[in-house]
Design a binder for this molecule. Structure first.
Ligand code: CA
Length: 232
């Protein structure tokens, strides 16, 4: 079995380093992000089993990051870390779908135990939902648990960003989506780059999921944006 993958999002370098060392020693595959933005990018670019998420982060707060991760429909386990024993943070964290909560300073053994609980609870749930976790539109199917995309009988390889874009489209079928909506939904609110990035990725996606097939599913609505539908 592959090593479980843990993403640490923590701006205090000393704590991050200790966690990384301890978890690597316990045979987890670990990566660390020292700010929220970097953390969100790492979350999007790979599949994780557990995320250790600091609440007090510069830039995007841990709570905001938690909201984004959950709205990406990810069922990764999230353990929030905070320096202050704030009931408010705890409640909003758990409300927004954190699996657990640790108040700093904590014993590493305690954290390791909670990570093991997360991993134990996760597998059977994943197995149970895997059958029904396919999103589909027309002859296109997408699984967020296994990251697979199938059109007709073909398995299609997408990059993580293409995958996120397609899953956003498939969750909003027959709705005309503006570039801004797609940017916010897929790249996040703090993306300051060019909105052309949407057009570029739509083109990549079309080359893979539309071009080789008789009917196109992604359509351009001139001056507005894009829509996933079966008819022109
Ligand atoms: Ca912090």
């Amino acid at each position: 079995m592959d090593k479980p993958k843990v993403l640490i999002i923590e701006d205090e370098e000393k704590i991050a380093r200790v966690l990384e060392l301890e978890l690597s020693y316990e045979d987890y595959e670990v990566k660390t992000a020292l700010n929220g933005l970097e953390g969100f990018q790492l979350f999007q670019s790979e599949t994780w089993d557990v995320i250790l998420l600091d609440v007090m982060l510069p830039g995007i707060s841990g709570i905001e990051l938690l909201r984004r991760i959950r709205s990406a429909q990810s069922n990764v386990s999230i353990i929030m870390l905070t320096a202050k024993d704030s009931v408010e943070d705890k409640v909003s964290g758990l409300d927004l779908g954190a699996n657990d909560y640790m108040t700093k300073p904590f014993q590493i053994e305690e954290l390791l135990a909670r990570i093991r609980v997360c991993l134990r609870n996760k597998r059977p749930i994943l197995d149970k939902v895997s059958e029904s976790s396919w999103l589909s539109f027309s002859d296109l199917k997408l699984s967020e648990t296994t990251h697979e995309v199938i059109r007709g009988d073909d398995r299609i390889e997408l990059t993580p960003r293409e995958f996120t874009l397609l899953s956003y489209l498939i969750k909003h079928p027959r709705q005309v989506l503006s570039r801004e909506q797609l940017l916010n939904g897929v790249w996040g609110y703090d993306y300051y780059g060019d909105t052309n990035v949407v057009d570029v990725y739509i083109r990549y996606l079309r080359n893979k999921i539309d071009k080789p097939y008789p009917t196109n599913l992604i359509h351009t609505i001139r001056g507005v944006g894009y829509v996933l539908r079966e008819t022109e």
